[in-house]
Design a protein around this ligand. Structure first.
Ligand code: PLP
Length: 285
């Protein structure tokens, strides 16, 4: 495997950053993960738009203009011969002697990009069986709308889910409302057939897949409400599913050991997943 590190393409095993990189010391960095299917990058523009926003919100310099960045991403995918898989892109505020204040103007951001092939088969199996999740109290900071590499709460709850025999964890805020899962957005199909997901203004990351799924729902004439919902409403839903760039729409069949509907993946998630690739932007490698 080949990784891109600040202008160089290196063997993955040799790719490294300095120990005084602010990403390493302060989680002072942002990232994006983008799906690749059959040699097509999915929703690249929206991912790069969100990267720009994350950088802006943290007053971090952009490592590279949009067009050269796209060339580098495609080169990393080509060098790793990825047809189905993903790329991971990370930008940090750069290398500087440890100090909380921003480093001197002119400090170069660190840009790293890796790519890997992913076997589509396990994902397909997950769509057929669905996954189990647990709920956990929301304990993250109030800027989860920024896609930063500070993911320790997410790491801890995902492991907690695994230890409990589940696959994912859903955060629930102090008001009893669902925010999002450890690395995806949460959707329900209510008892009266309406697709419901939390507004992206507060408390969640505005998932690129979420945005595209809203368009897919409109194209299929599925009624949608962007509003908050409680755990009780989720438990009583016809369907629960999660969206993320690497997972598309993953059905949830149990929450905290309680079965959702008849315990089988629902038809709305399947229909949205089926139409997703028709609607999403597709960029050839
Ligand atoms: N929410 C969180 C906390 C995430 O980490 C992610 C993706 O990694 C998402 C939501 C889904 O975002 P996207 O659809 O852009 O992958």
């Amino acid at each position: 495997r080949i990784a891109y590190v600040n202008g160089r393409y290196l063997p993955h095993s040799d790719a490294a950053i300095h120990i005084e990189d602010r990403g390493f010391q302060f989680a002072d960095g942002v990232y994006e993960v983008c799906e690749v299917r059959d040699g097509l990058i999915i929703d690249l523009t929206r991912h790069l738009d969100r990267l720009d926003r994350s950088l802006r919100e943290l007053r971090m310099a952009s490592p590279m203009a949009r067009e050269p960045l796209k060339l580098v991403i495609r080169e990393v995918l080509r060098r790793n011969r990825v047809r189905n898989g993903l790329f991971y892109l990370q930008v940090t505020r750069g290398v500087a002697r440890r100090d909380h204040y921003f480093p001197a103007a002119g400090t170069s951001p660190t840009l790293t990009i890796t790519a890997k092939s992913v076997d589509p088969q396990p994902a397909r199996a997950r769509y057929e069986t669905g996954i189990k999740v647990i709920t956990v109290p929301e304990n993250r900071w109030d800027r989860v709308d920024i896609k930063t590499v500070g993911l320790l709460p997410n790491v801890l709850v995902k492991q907690q889910a695994k230890d409990a025999g589940a696959q994912d964890a859903i955060f629930v805020d102090a008001a009893g409302k669902v925010t999002e899962a450890a690395s995806s957005n949460v959707w329900i199909v209510s008892a009266d057939g309406v697709l419901v997901t939390r507004p992206a203004e507060h408390g969640i990351l505005r998932g690129v897949t979420r945005t595209t799924v809203l368009e897919v729902a409109a194209s299929l004439s599925v009624p949608v409400e962007e509003r908050e919902f409680t755990v009780e409403e989720m438990l009583a839903a016809r369907e629960v599913f999660l969206t993320s760039a690497t997972g598309s729409c993953v059905p949830v069949v149990a929450v905290d050991g309680r079965t959702i509907a008849n315990g089988h993946p629902g038809s709305v998630a399947a229909a949205l997943r089926g139409a997703f690739l028709h609607i999403a932007e597709k960029t050839p490698i």
